[in-house]
Design a protein around this ligand. Structure first.
Ligand code: HEC
Ligand code: HEC
Ligand code: HEC
Ligand code: HEC
Ligand code: HEC
Ligand code: HEC
Length: 445
């Protein structure tokens, strides 16, 4: 709703600007310079402008840097970190206040080196986190790390990542997808700006009308006017002429067609994209309580995930291993008992759903590939209600196949292939795609 409103008003404004005097266009140019371009209401640019503390550590709250940081964070850090919650690693909110950027860059590149150097903060952090090793990211440049921190800062204090991000994604449609919570706030900001601009324009129009009337009055008082001047002066504005003008009708028609086309393309692009989908489940089952707080292993419930194509959803019997004792009086738990009495499975609503034309195999990725659940499903252990974290598009699958080195260690099957690959193409790592992971037939048959 919000994004529809701001989009509509930006269209109205754009129309106004196209028709109005060049002076107004100058106004608009100053606005763009400040980071808000009319017509991209829900886009990423205003998100940055609105982010209060975005400037810190990132050289002026640069929107591009924050957007880049968002993507880098999702690809490299999100499986272990969230901004406002502890996941595997600590919550990163306030990190640029705790640590300087000159500490953070070497830390992210190789944290064990910082710990080994005896840095007091690092050693304490390492011990406080159960001596878990954060992986090294030597491939990230200083600029990329700075942009991750800029993104983190822009997310601080926002709503919990799960809820906030998803609602914004749903509301914003295709273009609000990654902007997350920031975009919602930015929506309000652009709305206000647009309203102010429209008010200014109306005031200008009214002022011009008053001036025109005044001049008319002055002229009418003069005696030295000839016939043609008087005729001009008496002439009233003929609205029907305007209505009949083919030029104007042409302009309005074209603009209308363009708007329709634009909105049409936007909605077509969004078809089939279900990222952020978060249905309500029949029982208020929380992964945060089970996989997060109580650290129950994913495979305790999703028993087939390392062995088979599909990950199963646990049956009510698995719940009963614990809930025959735990919280037996809770109305939500009583729903489990009722399902068992009626001998009917619990009707969980499916969240992830690839179309039938695509083949995806869990064990290939989890067992063989050694990929963490969180890389694809996000911070499930923090989700009260599961939502679809990744896009699940073909591009998403293929990008990862292009970038991820094959897990070939200790697997004799790959030895010869790797040797062949290294001989012909030493500079490029042996990725999933080098092994044919982007061939159509691997995923479609
Ligand atoms: C596999 C899990 C994992 C990944 C991936 C990961 N981290 Fe960490 N991170 C940790 C752990 C665990 C700690 C706590 C320190 C320790 O035990 O070494 C930590 C600590 C940190 C700290 C210090 C936090 C503080 O409160 O002082 C920062 C900053 C940080 N990580 C940034 C990043 C960034 C940026 C990325 C992505 C490029 C990333 N981490 C990826 C696990 C991870
Ligand atoms: C105590 C049992 C239990 C544990 C432990 C558990 N899950 Fe689940 N999981 C469920 C149930 C029940 C559902 C179906 C209801 C729902 O979607 O919330 C589910 C649903 C899911 C879904 C969505 C499936 C769909 O419909 O597309 C994913 C993804 C998932 N779990 C991943 C994980 C991951 C990753 C872990 C470990 C961090 C984990 N689960 C741990 C019980 C569990
Ligand atoms: C390994 C043990 C274990 C299993 C298996 C398990 N749970 Fe739980 N569950 C817990 C614990 C521990 C709590 C937290 C109890 C508390 O807050 O005191 C909990 C809490 C809950 C709650 C919140 C109850 C309330 O009113 O606060 C629900 C709902 C729930 N579980 C549903 C399920 C469902 C559905 C399954 C099966 C898919 C399941 N659980 C499987 C251990 C388990
Ligand atoms: C490489 C990415 C990837 C990894 C890693 C991954 N999943 Fe999935 N998961 C998917 C995709 C894609 C689907 C949708 C599959 C479909 O619709 O056929 C899915 C679906 C699911 C479902 C719904 C049931 C199903 O199979 O369709 C559950 C439950 C689930 N995953 C749990 C897990 C758990 C637990 C782990 C970690 C042990 C995990 N996943 C690791 C990509 C992944
Ligand atoms: C996070 C990274 C990642 C994502 C996302 C991912 N994959 Fe993969 N995939 C891998 C890795 C790594 C392997 C190689 C596993 C191995 O054999 O060592 C692989 C292997 C495969 C294979 C077997 C390829 C072969 O050469 O035999 C298929 C098929 C496949 N993936 C399908 C998919 C589909 C379909 C999706 C999207 C729904 C997807 N993958 C998403 C990382 C990913
Ligand atoms: C790594 C796995 C993978 C590979 C390789 C792959 N696809 Fe796909 N493809 C998918 C997935 C997953 C979808 C479903 C995407 C969705 O639902 O948005 C898909 C969807 C499609 C669609 C349906 C169009 C759509 O957007 O729904 C077509 C057509 C298609 N692929 C053709 C190809 C062709 C041609 C190739 C070879 C050049 C190829 N694919 C290679 C995974 C793959």
């Amino acid at each position: 709703m919000n994004s529809f409103l701001s989009r509509t008003s930006s269209w109205v404004l754009a129309l106004f600007l196209a028709v109005a005097a060049p002076a107004f266009a100058q106004d608009a140019a100053t606005v763009s310079k400040n980071g808000v371009t009319p017509g991209t209401a829900a886009g990423a640019t205003p998100a940055a402008a609105a982010a209060p503390a975005g400037a810190q550590g990132a050289g002026g709250g640069d929107a591009a840097a924050i957007a880049a940081g968002d993507a880098l964070f999702k690809n490299n850090c999100a499986q272990c970190h969230a901004v406002n919650d502890k996941v595997v690693g600590p919550a990163l909110a306030g990190i640029t206040k705790r640590r300087s950027i000159s500490w953070l860059i070497p830390w992210v590149k190789n944290s064990s080196k910082v710990i080994a150097s005896g840095d007091e903060y690092a050693v304490k952090l390492f011990n406080d986190n159960g001596k878990q090793q954060m992986p090294a990211f030597p491939q990230l440049s200083d600029k990329e790390i700075t942009s991750i921190m800029a993104w983190v800062t822009s997310q601080e204090g926002g709503p919990a990542p799960a809820g906030g991000g998803v609602t914004a994604a749903n509301a914003g449609g295709a273009d609000g997808k990654d902007a997350g919570a920031g975009a919602a706030a930015a929506g309000g900001y652009t709305d206000i700006l647009l309203i102010v601009l429209v008010v200014v324009l109306i005031v200008l129009v009214v002022t011009l009308a008053i001036i025109a009337n005044l001049m008319k009055d002055v002229l009418q008082g003069r005696k030295d006017l000839d016939g043609r001047d008087v005729e001009l002066l008496e002439q009233r504005f003929d609205w029907t002429k305007l209505y009949r003008s083919t030029a104007l009708r042409g302009i309005v028609g074209t603009v209308f067609a363009l708007v329709l086309l634009y909105e049409g393309v936007q909605s077509v692009m969004a078809v089939g994209l279900t990222q952020g989908y978060q249905p309500t489940q029949p029982i208020a089952f929380s992964h945060k309580i089970h996989a997060g707080e109580n650290q129950i292993n994913c495979a305790y419930c999703h028993t087939s995930v390392y062995k088979a194509k599909s990950a199963n959803i646990p049956s009510a019997n698995i719940c009963m291993n614990c809930h025959s004792q735990i919280k037996t009086e809770s109305p939500e738990i009583k729903k489990i008992y009722r399902a068992i009495e009626r001998k009917q499975p619990i009707q969980w609503v499916r969240v992830h759903n690839l179309p039938d034309l695509a083949y995806f195999n869990h064990s290939q990725h989890t067992q063989v590939g050694g990929i963490q659940c969180q890389t694809c499903h996000g911070p499930i252990q923090n989700m009260e209600v599961v939502y679809q974290y990744s896009a699940l598009t073909m591009g998403w699958c293929i990008n990862c196949h292009r970038e991820t080195p094959l897990n070939t260690k200790g697997n004799a099957y790959y030895d010869n292939l790797v040797k062949l690959h290294d001989k012909s193409n030493n500079a490029v790592p042996f990725t999933v795609s080098s092994n044919g992971g982007t061939e159509c037939s691997k995923c479609h048959y």
